[in-house]
Design a protein around this ligand. Structure first.
Ligand code: B1M
Length: 215
C-alpha cells in the first residue's frame, strides 16, 4: 500500500475536499478500500478523538473531521458494495436513541453491503419503537445497534427490553457495537453478538444469519 498520510492529515484537519480528492486518487491507484479505511482513515479519526480528549480539538473540529471522513467513505462505499454477491440476508441497523454518531455505523453498513447483505439503515438517534416497527415491516434476520457514548449505551438495553416486551425479539439475532461497547456488555444486555469493528461485524453477521435461518 502507498503512503496515504496526506489523506490521514486531511481527515484530522477536517478538509473534506482534500479527503475526497485523495480518496479518488487512491481508488484510481487501485488501492484496496478496506485497507485504506482500516490503515489510514480509522486511525485518523482515532487521532481526532485523542486531540478532543486533550482539549486541542472541540466539537466544531469533530464535526469537520467527521465530514472529511464521510467525504472519503462515500466514494469507497459503492466499491465495497460491488464486491458482494447474492443477498446473504437482511439487516436492520441504527444508532441508538440520543446518539448522533454515525461514521462507524455507516462503515458497518458498507461492510455488510459488501458481504452481500440487504441493509435497512434507520440512521441516528433511533428510538426503540422505530427498531420494533422495522422488525415487523422488514422481517430482518439481524438487528444491529451502534452506540458511541457511555451515556447512550444503556439505550441498547432499553431497546432490547422493548423488543422483548413487543414480542419481536424471538427469531432475530441482535448485534451491538461502538467504541464503549464490550463483549461482556453485549452478553449482559441480552444481545447475541458484539462486533469489535466493521469487518469483524460483517463476518459475525454471516454466522448469525445462518443461525437465524436454521432456527
Ligand atoms: Co463525539 N464523542 N461527541 N462526536 N466523537 C466521541 C465518541 C468521544 C469518545 C470523544 C472523546 O472524548 N475522546 C466522546 C465520548 C465519551 C464517552 O461517552 N465515553 C464524544 C463526545 C463526548 C461527544 C459529545 C458529547 C461532545 C459534546 O457535545 N460535548 C457529542 C455527543 C452528541 C450525541 O451523540 N448526542 C459528540 C458529537 C460528535 C460529533 C457530532 C461532532 C461527531 C460525530 C459525527 C458523525 O458521526 N457524523 C463526533 C465525533 C466525530 C467523535 C469521534 C472523534 C470519532 C467517532 C468516529 O467516527 N470514529 C469520537 C472519538 C473516537 O471515537 N476516538 C467521539 C471512527 C469510527 C470509524 O469508529 O464509531 O468507533 P467507531 O466505529 C467502529 C467500531 O466502534 C465498530 O465498527 C466501527 C468501524 O470499525 N462499530 C460497530 C460501531 N458501531 C458498530 C455496530 C456494530 C458492530 C460494530 O454492530 C451493529
Amino acid at each position: 500500500m502507498q503512503d496515504w498520510s496526506k489523506l490521514y492529515d486531511a481527515i484530522v484537519d477536517g478538509d473534506d475536499k482534500t479527503s475526497a480528492r485523495l480518496t479518488r486518487e487512491a481508488i484510481e491507484a487501485g488501492e484496496d478500500p478496506s485497507a485504506l479505511i482500516s490503515d489510514t482513515m480509522v486511525p485518523a479519526m482515532a487521532e481526532v478523538g485523542r486531540l478532543f480528549e486533550i482539549e486541542e480539538y472541540f466539537v466544531p473540529e469533530l464535526l469537520l473531521a467527521g465530514r472529511a471522513m464521510k467525504a472519503g467513505l462515500e466514494l469507497l462505499r459503492p466499491i465495497l458494495a460491488a464486491s458482494g454477491v447474492e443477498p446473504t440476508g437482511r439487516i436492520v441497523i441504527g444508532t441508538v436513541k440520543g446518539d448522533l454518531h454515525d461514521i462507524g455505523k455507516n462503515l458497518v453498513v458498507s461492510m455488510m453491503e459488501g458481504a452481500g447483505f440487504e441493509v435497512i439503515d434507520l440512521g441516528i438517534d433511533v428510538p426503540p419503537e422505530t427498531f420494533i416497527e422495522a422488525i415487523r415491516d422488514k422481517k430482518p434476520q439481524i438487528v444491529g445497534m451502534s452506540a458511541l457514548l457511555t451515556v447512550t449505551m444503556p439505550a441498547i438495553k432499553t431497546t432490547i427490553d422493548a423488543m422483548v416486551a413487543a414480542g419481536v425479539r424471538d427469531g432475530i439475532k441482535i448485534m451491538v457495537g461502538g467504541a464503549p461497547v464490550t463483549e461482556e456488555y453485549a452478553r449482559e444486555v441480552g444481545a447475541d453478538a458484539y462486533g469489535e469493528n466493521a469487518s469483524v461485524a460483517a463476518t459475525i453477521a454471516k454466522r448469525l444469519c445462518a443461525e437465524a435461518k436454521a432456527a
